[in-house]
Design a protein around this ligand. Structure first.
Ligand SMILES: N=[N+]=NCCCCNC(=O)[C@@H]1[C@H]2[C@H](O)[C@@H](O)[C@H](O)[C@@H](CO)[C@@H]12
Length: 449
C-alpha cells in the first residue's frame, strides 16, 4: 500500500516561534525599562530554581547566530515578540531609539536571509511602569497599547508582513490575575474578567491603529485547548462546557463575534462585570488571520471544589504526557481547527505555536541530540494538520514552538521545547533530531512524513 501523502498546500508557510522575555536576555540593556516579568522573576520564590530572563538564550546579542540556525532549518518565517519596555521604557511617551534599533536590526537580518518576520506586540511582558498605573486593570491601557502599536507600525511595517496584537490573553488573565502563578501575580476573581476585557479592548485598538498605518496583515493569537467530557453525566458535560467557554471562547468571542458566551457569567457570578455595549465595537475588529497555539487537550469532570470553573482535568491512563504534564493528543489539534472554523467562519488560520517539552538524555551523535518523543509529537501533529486541511480548514502555516530551548516562564529552564538544545552555561546551540526532521518537512512541504 502506498504511503499516504502528507504534502501540504503549495505556499504553506513553515516557521518557528519564540518570545522576547524567554530568549533575549539583557532585559535592561540600552535604556530598556523593566517589564513585569523582569520584576516577577526577581521576586523570591516566584521562579523554579530562581531562574530569570537576565541572560536566557542571550539572543539580544546572539541574534545573528540564531538567524543562521533558522536559515539552516529552511524556515519561511520567524515569529518573535517585541519587548514593549525596550521601545517605550515607561510604556508610553518617550521612545528608546536603541530598543527600537534592536528589532530593526533583527528584522533586517531575517530579511537578508529570506525569512519573513512575524511580530507579536505583546507576549506577556507588560512594562512595569504601566502595571504601576493599573496595567490591564486600567481601561486607559487600550490607548497605551494603540500608541505603542503605532510606534512599531511606523518603524517596522515597511519590513514586517505579519503582526499579532496579543499572544494568549487567557494565560495572562488565568495565570497573572486569577491564580497568581504568573506575572503580575494577582489572585482575584474580580480582576481577571476586567483584565481579560481590557486585553481585548487593547487588541481591538491595536488593530484599528494598524488599519490607519499598516499595509500588510494583522491578527491575534489564542491558545485553544479542546475539552472533552470525562463521562456523559450531565454534570460532567456541563463542566466541560464551562471549561471550554472559559479558555477557548472568552477571548475569541469578543474579538470575532463581539460578545461573551453566557457561561462566563455562570462561572464568575457577581464577579462578572456588566461591560458597556459600546466596548464590543472596539473588541470586534476585522482580522486578517487568527493564530492558534495548540499543545494538548483536557478531559473534564465536574468538581464542586474547583474554583471558579467547578471543573477539573482528568489524567488519562496509558497515554504519553509531556514534561509540562500535557497529554499528547494530536486529534485535539484537528478538532480545534474544525471547531474554530465552524464557530468563527473561514478566517485564515496559522498554528502559531505547537511543540512539546520532553527530557532528552544528552546523547549527541554526529552533532545531533536525539529526541525521539519530541520527533514523534511533531510527526503526529503535522499529520493532524493535514487532516484538518483535508476537512476544509483554511490553514496557511505552522510555527513550531520553539526555535530554542528557553525560559519556560515560572517553570524556568528545565522545560525544554526547543528544536535546538541550548546549554545555558555556554550558550552553545545543538540541533535536535526534531530540527533535522523539521528541515526535511519544510524542504519537502510535508512529503517526508
Ligand atoms: N494545562 N494546560 N493547558 C495548556 C494551556 C497552555 C497554556 N500555555 C501556553 O500555551 C504557552 C504558550 C506560550 O505562548 C509560550 O510562551 C510558552 O512557552 C508555551 C509553552 O508553555 C505555551
Amino acid at each position: 500500500m502506498s504511503r499516504p501523502s502528507f504534502r501540504f498546500p503549495d505556499g504553506f508557510h513553515w516557521g518557528a516561534a519564540t518570545s522576547a522575555y524567554q530568549i533575549e536576555g539583557s532585559p535592561l540593556a540600552d535604556g530598556a525599562g523593566p517589564s513585569i516579568w523582569q520584576r516577577f522573576a526577581h521576586t523570591p520564590g516566584m521562579m523554579a530554581n530562581g531562574d530569570t530572563g537576565d541572560v536566557a538564550c542571550d539572543h539580544y546579542r546572539r541574534y545573528r547566530e540564531d538567524v543562521q540556525l533558522m536559515k539552516a532549518l529552511g524556515l519561511h518565517g520567524y515569529r518573535f515578540s517585541i519587548n514593549w519596555a525596550r521601545v517605550l521604557p515607561e510604556g508610553t511617551g518617550r521612545v528608546n531609539p536603541k530598543g527600537l534599533d534592536f528589532y530593526s536590526r533583527l528584522v533586517d537580518e531575517l530579511l537578508e536571509h529570506g525569512i519573513a518576520p512575524n511580530a507579536t506586540l505583546f507576549h506577556w511582558d507588560l512594562p512595569a511602569a504601566l502595571d504601576d498605573r493599573g496595567g490591564w486593570l486600567n481601561r486607559d491601557i487600550a490607548h497605551w497599547f494603540a500608541e505603542y502599536a503605532e510606534v512599531m507600525f511606523k518603524a517596522l511595517d515597511d519590513r514586517v508582513p505579519r503582526w499579532s496584537t496579543l499572544n494568549e490573553p487567557w494565560v495572562v488573565t488565568d495565570g497573572g490575575y486569577l491564580h497568581g502563578a504568573l506575572a503580575p501575580g494577582h489572585r482575584s476573581k474580580y480582576e481577571a474578567p476586567l483584565a481579560a476585557h481590557n486585553l481585548m479592548r487593547a487588541s481591538g485598538a491595536g488593530i484599528q491603529a494598524y488599519r490607519a498605518h499598516g499595509r500588510h496583515e494583522i491578527g491575534v493569537v489564542f491558545n485553544i485547548e479542546p475539552k472533552y467530557p470525562h463521562s456523559d453525566r450531565a454534570e460532567d458535560v456541563a463542566a466541560t462546557r464551562r471549561a471550554h467557554a472559559y479558555m477557548n471562547q472568552q477571548f475569541a468571542d469578543p474579538a470575532l463575534l463581539g460578545s461573551y458566551p453566557p457561561e462566563l457569567k455562570e462561572i464568575f457570578g457577581d464577579a462578572w462585570p456588566d461591560f458597556p455595549a459600546d466596548d464590543f465595537k472596539l473588541t470586534k475588529q476585522k482580522v486578517d488571520f487568527v493564530g492558534i497555539n495548540y499543545y494538548t487537550r483536557a478531559v473534564v469532570k465536574h468538581d464542586p471544589n474547583q474554583y471558579p470553573l467547578q471543573a477539573t482535568p482528568v489524567r488519562q491512563p496509558n497515554r504519553t504526557y509531556t514534561e509540562t504534564g500535557w497529554e499528547v493528543f494530536e486529534q485535539g489539534l484537528t478538532d480545534t481547527l474544525t471547531w474554530f472554523k465552524q464557530r468563527y467562519g473561514d478566517i485564515p488560520l496559522y498554528i502559531t505555536e505547537n511543540g512539546s517539552a520532553f527530557y532528552d538524555p544528552p546523547v549527541v551523535e554526529n552533532g545531533v541530540l536525539d529526541d525521539p518523543l519530541r520527533t514523534s509529537y511533531l510527526r503526529k501533529h503535522l499529520g493532524a494538520l493535514h487532516k484538518a486541511i483535508a476537512a476544509g480548514v483554511n490553514l496557511k502555516g505552522y510555527y513550531a514552538w520553539s526555535l530554542l530551548d528557553n525560559l519556560e516562564w515560572s517553570l524556568g529552564f528545565s522545560k525544554r521545547f526547543g528544536l535546538y538544545h541550548v546549554d545555558f552555561a555556554t550558550q552553545q546551540r545543538t540541533p535536535k533530531a526534531t530540527a533535522k526532521l523539521y528541515a526535511q518537512v519544510i524542504a519537502s512541504n510535508g512529503s517526508v512524513l
